[in-house]
Design a protein around this ligand. Structure first.
Ligand code: GSH
Length: 229
């Protein structure tokens, strides 16, 4: 089945940094599903299939869909012969909490520390849009928002404590093998890694070791991914 995904790109089209797209890139890699990614920029809304406004947008033989979590559920259903990474309806319901936690706590703790770095990695046509929309959201300049991030490292580490506790039980959140829970938490780390040198993790942190395992998972697709820095 031919699958194409519109994937947020930086000035260098090889740099793909959307955490939501990384959820799907990792899910496909873990399941062994071939995925063609199409570089897409914030200012290219008109290129998305009609009715779709954000990436990832997946184009498949039956149509198109957005919303990363829904795409992952669809992949799990459509490719039953590949390794399961979500489980049954109960597993999927629980994964929604993991997704919400990574967005509300982890990505929220990270974004202020990399927002100017994101802007720096963007193509010129995207920079104006990103600055205007994000400065409106934060009520301050990108420079002001990102300033002083060294003092916010501890807040990021604290936000990660639930995963640190869960990883006492096994090498991955999924147990012996990575699951979509791992994709959900790994995605914001790929967001940061793709466009920034900011790293809140110390090598002694269990999350650091887990991140190394995720970088190597599925043949090391994430470690091989292009970076803007
Ligand atoms: N809930 C959506 C969020 C997707 C999303 O926000 N994607 C961003 C890129 S990281 C986007 O397309 N933004 C468009 C814009 O800011 O104009 C999902 O899980 O797919």
């Amino acid at each position: 089945m031919r699958l194409q995904m519109f994937d947020l790109a930086g000035a260098d089209p090889a740099v793909r940094f959307s955490p939501y797209c990384w959820r799907i890139r990792m899910a496909c890699a873990l399941k062994g599903i071939a995925l063609e990614t199409l570089p897409w920029r914030f200012t290219e809304a008109a290129l998305l299939p009609a009715g779709h406004k954000s990436v990832p947008t997946l184009v498949h033989p039956g149509g198109a869909m957005s919303e990363s979590f829904d795409i992952a559920v669809w992949l799990e259903e459509q490719f039953p012969d590949t390794p399961a990474i979500m489980g049954d309806a109960l597993g999927i319901a629980h994964l929604r909490l993991i997704a919400a936690w990574t967005e509300a706590q982890v990505s929220a703790a990270l974004v202020r520390n990399v927002v100017l770095d994101i802007w720096s990695a963007l193509a010129p046509e995207d920079q104006a849009y990103f600055r205007e929309s994000r400065e409106r959201r934060f009520g301050a300049s990108l420079e002001f928002v990102q300033d002083g991030r060294e003092g916010r490292v501890e807040a990021v580490r604290t936000a990660l404590q639930p995963a640190r506790m869960a990883l006492r039980k096994g090498p991955f959140l999924g147990g012996e093998r990575p699951s979509f829970a791992d994709c959900l938490l790994f995605a914001p780390f790929m967001w940061v890694r793709s466009i920034s040198l900011f790293d809140p993790l110390e090598p002694s942190d269990a999350i650091f070791a887990w991140r190394e395992r995720m970088l190597d998972a599925a043949g090391g697709v994430a470690r091989a991914a292009a970076r803007a820095v």
